[in-house]
Design a protein around this ligand. Structure first.
Ligand code: UFG
Length: 358
């Protein structure tokens, strides 16, 4: 039996100190991948502190995380460009590790507004790392992206291939990976898992949380889902003349709950390891645009009208992961099929045609 007094004078008794759950700071917690990962962290027994500035997300997502898990946590509406506000979050909680999702993420927008992307994504991360340093927090899981590989001809993509991002958004991901590698060199106790996501899709099985893009979706599956629910007339397939079996682009779609589970596994790894390691989080299996359209039609029972348009500048013909490093080192593997991804996306979209609403 262990007894200790809190700063409020309350005596706490417990069988073992190990029963104190590990407290994790989640930045960008209200976003698409952040909110799903919060569910998995809470269900795995972690306590969390959520930070978001709601630029591209809604507090309602986190209310629903609490509803799904039956657990509560504190939420701080913080702009991470403000070092003092971020420091205050560290000062009031005993944070042991960070999962860092916060960042701007639209490829096209990053080409049009490079300074905004570099400033927001890099300065917020540098501030986060300074706060971590000040408060002795040495463990981080970072939301990187397969976009760091750039336009590689060779697939599957492996973590030891050279990285060559082709837009400012991808550059910020690559630069943050480098910052974290440098911190791991400077401090031998520092540990970082750099998670390179392929194409996250799907939603929590409850249909209560999911992807809620602002405006016209840039990404395939949210666009298809909006066509299915009647918000958009038809899909434009960006290119039908690629050197692929049906002429359309091939990507490695991964269910967001598999991805969330990957974060829980990466967190467990990083708590016990030092150094910075990149891990691909993908299924290792590519699907074409038309395969996704047909899988979505099957899952929803709705026909998806489409026409073939020109190629989208900057798109690769095919991109899919070699996920064996994550399997070997983190003990993680994707389990859900394209049919599951489409069924769960449809469940979310049909129950929430306007996302989280206003
Ligand atoms: N596509 C269409 N029509 C659309 C949207 C997409 O045909 O309306 C096609 C694309 O050409 C591509 C495939 O669907 O072949 C997937 O496109 P997405 O935009 O959904 O995804 P990307 O692979 O282009 O990019 C995604 C994320 C990036 C991330 C990248 C990592 O959007 O943020 O994966 O590889 F960096």
């Amino acid at each position: 039996m262990v007894m200790f007094q809190t700063k409020f004078g309350i005596v706490v008794m417990m069988d073992s100190l190990l029963e104190v759950a590990c407290l994790i700071l989640v930045t960008g917690a209200a976003g698409y991948i952040g909110s799903h990962t919060c569910v998995s962290l809470l269900n795995a027994g972690y306590d969390i502190v959520a930070v978001d500035n709601f630029t591209n997300s809604k507090p309602e997502a986190l209310s629903r995380v609490q509803e799904i898990t039956g657990k509560t946590f504190s939420l701080h509406s913080v702009n991470m460009l403000n070092q003092e506000d971020l420091d205050a979050v560290f000062a009031e909680s005993n944070i042991e590790a960070v999962i860092h999702f916060a960042g701007l993420k639209a490829v096209g927008e990053s080409v049009a507004q490079p300074l905004r992307y570099y400033e927001n994504n890099l300065v917020s991360t540098i501030n986060l790392c300074k706060s971590m340093q000040k408060h002795g927090v040495k463990k981080i899981v970072f939301s990187s992206s397969a976009t760091v590989y750039g336009a590689q001809e060779q697939v599957p993509l492996r973590e030891d291939m050279p990285i060559a991002p082709v837009n400012p958004y991808g550059q910020t991901k690559a630069m943050i990976e480098q910052i974290l590698r440098d911190l791991a060199v400077a401090d031998e106790q520092f540990g970082a898992a750099l998670l390179r996501y392929f194409n996250p899709v799907g939603a929590h099985a409850s249909g209560r949380i999911g992807e809620d893009p602002q405006g016209i979706p840039n990404n395939l599956v949210p666009y298809v889902a909006q066509v299915a629910v009647g918000k958009r007339a038809e899909l434009t397939v960006h290119g039908g003349d690629y050197d692929t079996p049906d002429g359309t682009g091939i990507r490695d779609y991964i269910h967001v709950m598999d991805l969330a589970d990957g974060h829980v596994k990466a967190l467990a790894w990083v708590m016990n390891h030092t150094g910075a390691e990149a891990f691909n989080l993908g299924t290792g299996k590519g699907s074409s645009v038309l395969e996704v359209v047909h899988a979505f039609e099957q899952a929803s029972g709705v026909r998806i009208p489409y026409h073939i348009g020109p190629r989208r500048p900057g798109d690769a013909a095919r991109s899919f992961a070699d996920p064996t490093k994550a399997q070997r080192i983190l003990g993680w593997q994707a389990t859900k099929s394209l049919a599951d991804m489409c069924a769960d996306t449809w469940h979310w979209q049909s129950q929430n045609p306007n996302g989280y609403g206003e």
